[in-house]
Write a new protein. Structure first.
Length: 195
């Protein structure tokens, strides 16, 4: 019984194969033969047409390859241009950085020069202050009778400057030896400068 079932299975699978040959393959071959006969009578050489079609397909695939290689070349050119652009940007940034460093150096040199100038001015001012103190000291030690005519010959601002630094006793003695109108003027100016 098992043998009979196996034979039946083989017949079914064989029947399917035969059915495929009878239903699909034979009609397809028959259609191809009829198409060849019809095209030959029509004056068309099917084999040459197939060859031309194959060449066109080959040309199309070659064109696609050419188009792809052209696209790749364009992309390479674009990327090279972008690289050059980035290199230029890097160079510009480097120049700006160098320029900033140079500017910083110049500012440091300017700062150093100004500090030296300040030190020089401070030294000069200290010397002027020392000299002025010596002048004031000289007028304090002078006889008021001699100091008053000298102060009267000075510009008012210089006279007031010296008189403002004198001690009260020396100032009183020198003003006493001046004409009253000038003594009053200097006293008024001294009062205004102390306010």
């Amino acid at each position: 019984m098992a043998k009979e079932e196996a034979l039946l299975e083989e017949e079914k699978s064989g029947n399917k194969f035969l059915w495929f040959i009878y239903v699909v393959v034979i009609p397809l071959l028959f259609a191809i033969v009829i198409a060849l006969i019809v095209t030959t009578f029509a004056g068309i050489n099917v084999f040459e047409k197939a060859k031309e079609l194959g060449e066109k397909t080959h040309i199309l695939s070659a064109n696609n390859a050419t188009n792809r290689s052209k696209a790749d070349e364009d992309k390479i050119i674009s990327l090279n241009a972008e690289i050059q652009n980035k290199d230029t940007q890097i160079e510009n940034l480097q120049k700006q950085l160098d320029s900033g460093d140079n500017e910083k150096q110049q500012l440091l040199l300017e700062q150093k020069r100004l500090q030296q100038q300040i030190a020089s001015l401070q030294k000069s001012q200290a010397q002027s202050t020392k000299d002025f103190k010596e002048i004031v000291s000289s007028y304090e030690s002078m006889n008021p009778k001699n100091a008053a005519p000298i102060i009267l010959q000075m510009k008012d601002e210089n006279a007031v400057k010296i008189l403002s630094k004198l001690s009260s006793e020396a100032l009183a003695s020198i003003l006493e030896k001046m004409p009253a109108d000038r003594a009053a003027k200097y006293t008024e100016m001294l009062g205004g400068s102390s306010n």
